[in-house]
Design a protein around this ligand. Structure first.
Ligand SMILES: [Fe+2]
Length: 113
């Protein structure tokens, strides 16, 4: 069994799981400010019984290598499924994020930069 066959990329239900990545360029610092939110318009629930446990960000290099950039572990409840980090501008061609829901599994979203 391959883990890639178990990663979902499109939401179909009411609850939203796909990590939506946005990147804003800092004109003076050479960085991209990156926000990852689980659910673009409807944020994922955050309760003891049902929550996002991890959000991981990867960067795809110009040579095609995939590098893990950050791993966020979220709390069981009262945690908004949104995280922020920064990456060096010009290093990556694409950002890929995964989110893990304790009830609904592993999800993936990406952004070409
Ligand atoms: Fe869920």
């Amino acid at each position: 069994m391959s883990i890639s066959k178990n990663i979902k990329t499109e939401d179909t239900g009411m609850e939203k799981h796909v990590p939506f990545i946005s990147a804003k360029e800092c004109a003076t610092c050479g960085e991209l400010s990156v926000t990852i939110q689980v659910g673009q318009n409807v944020i994922h629930p955050s309760t003891v019984e049902h929550s996002i446990k991890t959000i991981t960000l990867y960067g795809k290099t110009k040579e095609g290598a995939l590098k893990q950039l950050t791993l966020f572990q979220l709390g069981d409840e009262n945690t908004v499924a949104r995280v922020r980090t920064s990456v060096i501008k010009g290093t990556f061609t694409e950002l890929i994020a995964t989110s893990y829901c304790n009830l609904h599994g592993l999800w993936e979203g990406s952004l070409k930069i």
